[in-house]
Design a protein around this ligand. Structure first.
Ligand SMILES: CC(=O)N[C@H]1[C@@H](OP(=O)(O)OP(=O)(O)OC[C@H]2O[C@@H](n3ccc(=O)[nH]c3=O)[C@H](O)[C@@H]2O)O[C@H](CO)[C@@H](O)[C@@H]1O
Ligand SMILES: C=C(OP(=O)(O)O)C(=O)O
Length: 430
């Protein structure tokens, strides 16, 4: 099992340029949306990640022709005989596999998708995906651990007005992909407005879908009989970008991120300014300069355009060495503080009280490197950030979590001055 070995130092200063990749959370639904047409779809700015590999495998297992991912580009064509069964073996390794449910059902009238298992950050049920598809006339049963969905007589879903109980990102994406081929109009109320949902909607429109209200919490979809192929470039990864900005906030230095879209990062950029990071923002780049001890920032995670839960852990790493006390409340997932005990192993002083983590910032010189365990994707990134400022060697174990969502993170950080390398450790992936 691979690990990251970081030689940290409180005086480290990151300096240089980092190229940000395409967003994992946009690329995943977009790759699943290729199931909606038999024509070829060319995707650009696709990041090379473990989750993308899993999606490519899943699509191939369904019979879809998927090219190799080369220089951020992949061509996908769901032509010929396509299976409608997404098996447990692949779904268990990536929850986002549930995103094939809507497209398979919409185009082929039936789908079998393994129920995704429980996961580290929370229970994460998919009841809203099911409720929405039922409103569109699907018959849904759970059989032997699989969701079995069948479209009504005639094989086509029917447009419906759907109000989800809460805002759900992949739920909105699944229902949107189902609605574009349904018979009649679907209105999705309480829809997620995340930029990744918007990117999917734009891609669907370029395939011939009729969608109004893109970017808002009310999506109106007029179903069409068929969609066609397209070429689409995936939106940049605002979470990867935010993670590198937090790294600069923690270490200090002067780093320019390229290939980013700063317009979708307001909440994160505001908090970085509050921390004391000097930001210069261009059309497709952000320059971050930091030369003081961070100021503590308190926040609650909320849906877009609020503060993203996927940035909570990385900001906590900065709070860990800030000049004062901060309170961070996690409102999206019930178990997303697992990085706290690992950060405390590096010398941080964080206590969790229900859904709130209270951090008493310590001087970075009070931290020392240790063996820590990555428990989920963003927790892993937060440990890398803190490991870079903790004096001595930090080994981050179980980095297969990190590889799900960050492309060559250690190489990108090493290129701006961090001492970090991938090493082979002992043990097994679980
Ligand atoms: C692949 C992808 O895009 N992942 C993102 C997506 O996850 P994901 O789409 O899984 O997250 P959701 O937006 O669905 O979850 C929000 C909340 O709703 C709950 N819920 C959701 C659906 C449902 O049917 N029933 C239900 O109870 C969840 O348990 C959670 O508490 O949005 C999250 C919230 O921004 C991000 O952290 C993830 O990085
Ligand atoms: C939680 C995340 O991803 P996923 O929904 O794929 O688990 C994430 O990207 O931080």
């Amino acid at each position: 099992m691979e690990q990251l070995k970081i030689t940290g130092h409180p005086n480290l200063r990151l300096k240089g340029d980092i190229r940000v990749g395409g967003a994992k959370n946009a690329a995943l639904p977009i790759m699943c949306a290729t199931l909606l047409t038999h024509e070829p779809v060319q995707l650009r700015n696709v990041p090379s990640l473990r989750d993308i590999n899993t999606t490519m495998k899943l699509l191939r297992e369904l019979g879809v022709s998927v090219s190799e991912l080369q220089h951020d580009k992949v061509t996908v064509q769901a032509y010929g005989t396509i299976s409608t069964k997404a098996t447990y073996e692949l779904v268990k390794t990536m929850r986002a596999s549930i995103l094939v449910l809507g497209p398979l059902l919409a185009r082929f009238g039936e789908a079998w998708v393994s129920l995704p298992g429980g996961c580290a950050i929370g229970a994460r049920p998919v009841d809203q995906h099911i409720k929405g598809l039922q409103a569109m006339g699907a018959q849904i049963t759970i059989e032997h651990g699989y969701i079995h969905a069948k479209a009504p007589e005639g094989g086509r879903l029917k447009g419906a007005r759907i109000v989800t109980d809460m805002i759900t990102v992949t739920g909105t994406e699944n229902l949107l992909m189902a609605a574009v081929l349904a018979d009649g109009e679907t209105v999705l109320e309480n829809a997620a407005c995340e930029p990744e949902v918007t990117d999917l909607a734009k891609m669907l429109v370029s395939m011939g879908a009729k969608i109004e209200g893109i970017g808002s919490n009310r999506l109106m979809i007029q179903g069409v009989e068929r969609l066609h192929g397209t070429t689409h470039s995936v939106v940049s990864d605002r979470i990867e970008a935010g993670t590198f900005l937090c790294a600069v906030a923690a270490t200090g230095g002067d780093v320019r991120l390229t290939h980013v879209d700063p317009t979708i990062m307001d909440a994160v950029l505001d908090k970085l300014r509050e921390i004391g990071v000097e930001l210069e923002v261009g059309d497709t780049w952000i320059r971050a300069k930091m030369d003081a001890r961070p100021k503590p920032v308190s926040f609650r995670t909320t849906e877009y355009p609020g503060f993203p839960t996927d940035m909570q852990a990385q900001f906590m790493a900065v709070n860990a060495i800030a000049n004062g006390t901060s309170r961070v409340t996690e409102t999206i997932f019930e178990n997303r503080f697992m990085h706290v005990q690992e950060m405390n192993r590096l010398g941080a002083n964080i206590v969790v009280d229900g859904h709130t983590a209270i951090t008493e910032g310590v001087e970075s010189t009070a931290l020392s490197g240790a063996m820590v365990m990555a428990t989920d994707l963003r927790a892993s990134a937060s440990l890398v950030i803190l490991g870079m400022v903790a004096e001595g060697t930090t080994i981050v174990d179980r980095i297969y979590h990190l590889d799900r969502g960050y492309e060559r993170m250690e190489e990108k950080l090493a290129a701006v001055g961090a001492t970090i390398e991938r090493v082979s450790g002992m043990g097994e992936e679980i």
